[in-house]
Design a protein around this ligand. Structure first.
Ligand code: MN
Length: 423
């Protein structure tokens, strides 16, 4: 672990932070919000229920050059700075926000420009996503899908324990929490029917995933060695990888998912840095058989992040939790995913999104999709408040995912990704 003063669990800010907040001074996740001077987006960090505008802070002289790149041009920091530059910015912000630091606290004029209550801001997609890759690294999910669809064979395909399986998704339909998703139409074929039909999916599903956004890019033809992969990771968000199961079943052979996934992917707006997650670094599960050298993890490259999914129909007054899981169920780490992705020399750009794959736990209440929770539609979930049942997601349902690391007396959280499904 690489801990410094920004990980002090006792540190407090002069900005109020509720005890159950996801955003104490030890977190400082980045986000983009619409402001008067930048209607298309301005970079901020969140603390408590406040946003700290980095551009204004920089122009007030309170945020200095980071690793030879100006923090004012955040895009430059991301593309060229790597993790060291992010760490420098984090340390400066942390000190500025500490209880006893008067520099911003007592500067009324600058503070008025820099600090915005989150309730007055429109929180946008953190960055325009260049490319979207979806992995399949949740080993319990992959095993469950195998058991359902290939009951007479071993649950995992032969390649699963040798490389992180993934496919190229669609970046243009990645949207932020709060944006509704339209039930997609698609082609599907009932098992007892000779020919396919086209219409609204009847098996709309969520997938509980985490994803990382890249910062620093790489050159074509130059694979990133696994020990350097985390230097290219800007931070982590929650991902809901929406899926139309009936469309997927009909279209996926032989090239994998296509329109069943590309209609929409929802992400949480706060990018939590690896620095913030550092105290929750853990060893992943043992990888057997041993993986090839270029995919061997240096040290602990997994994280202990708690995950929760809830659902609320339009008749319900409050959400019902239907799944509790944890990122420790990922077989492949973020670093391994990125090492695999670039092992053939493909370049990565700043602002690529890599989703983990569905993160299911081992028990039935920890499965990260309706497909598994209701076991292919055979075990409906009852919504206690209204007695309604669900095997997949219906129009009007709101699906909310949240994630956090539990510390002693505080939480490093991701906020949520909450999405209403429309017809
Ligand atoms: Mn997925």
């Amino acid at each position: 672990m690489n801990l410094n003063e920004t990980h002090d669990p006792k540190a407090k800010s002069w900005i109020d932070v509720a005890s159950d907040s996801h955003f104490p001074i030890q977190n400082l996740p980045f986000c983009t919000y619409a402001s008067d001077y930048a209607p298309h987006g301005s970079i901020a960090v969140r603390i408590g229920d406040s946003l700290i505008d980095l551009y204004e802070l920089c122009h007030a002289g309170l945020l200095k050059e980071a690793d030879h790149h100006f923090a004012c041009d955040f895009q430059e920091v991301l593309e060229f700075g790597g993790r060291a530059a992010l760490t420098q910015i984090r340390k400066q912000l942390f000190r500025l926000l500490l209880t006893d630091n008067p520099d911003l606290r007592d500067n009324v004029e600058v503070r008025a420009k820099v600090v915005t209550p989150v309730e007055n801001a429109e929180i946008l997609l953190p960055m325009t996503i260049n490319a979207f890759v979806d992995f399949y690294s949740g080993i319990n999910h992959a095993s469950n899908v195998g058991r359902m669809f290939r009951p007479d064979q071993p649950p995992l395909l032969p390649n699963y324990r040798h490389m992180p399986i993934g496919y190229n998704g669609r970046a243009s339909s990645v949207v932020v929490s709060g944006e509704p998703i339209r039930r997609p139409k698609g082609q599907m074929k009932a098992p007892d029917s000779d020919s396919p039909t086209f219409g609204p999916t009847r098996e709309l599903d969520f997938e509980l995933e985490m994803g990382f956004l890249t910062g620093k890019g790489s050159e074509m033809g130059e694979p990133i060695p696994i020990a350097q992969c985390e230097d290219h990771i800007f931070g982590v968000v929650i991902v809901n990888d929406w899926s139309a199961r009936d469309v997927q079943r009909w279209e996926y052979q032989p090239l994998g998912p296509f329109l069943a996934k590309s209609f929409g992917t929802s992400v949480s707006p706060y990018v939590v840095t690896l620095d913030a997650l550092e105290p929750w670094r853990i060893q992943g599960q043992a990888q057997e058989p041993a993986v090839l050298p270029h995919l061997q993890n240096p040290g602990s490259s997994h994280f202990d992040i708690q995950l929760e999914v809830s659902i609320q129909s339009d008749k319900m007054s409050k959400p019902q939790v239907i799944c509790c899981s944890n990122t420790k169920h990922l077989y492949w780490s973020f670093a391994q995913q990125l090492a695999h992705q670039t092992s053939n020399g493909t370049p990565i750009e700043s602002a690529d999104l890599y989703a983990s794959g569905t993160i299911s736990g081992e028990t039935e209440d920890s499965y990260g999709s309706m497909l598994e929770l209701c076991w292919k539609g055979t075990k409906p979930i009852t919504l206690q408040e209204t007695g309604e049942t669900r095997t997949f997601i219906e129009d009007g349902d709101v699906v909310t995912m949240t994630a956090w690391c539990e510390g002693e007396g505080y939480r490093i959280g991701f906020g949520e990704v909450s999405t209403k499904v429309m017809s």
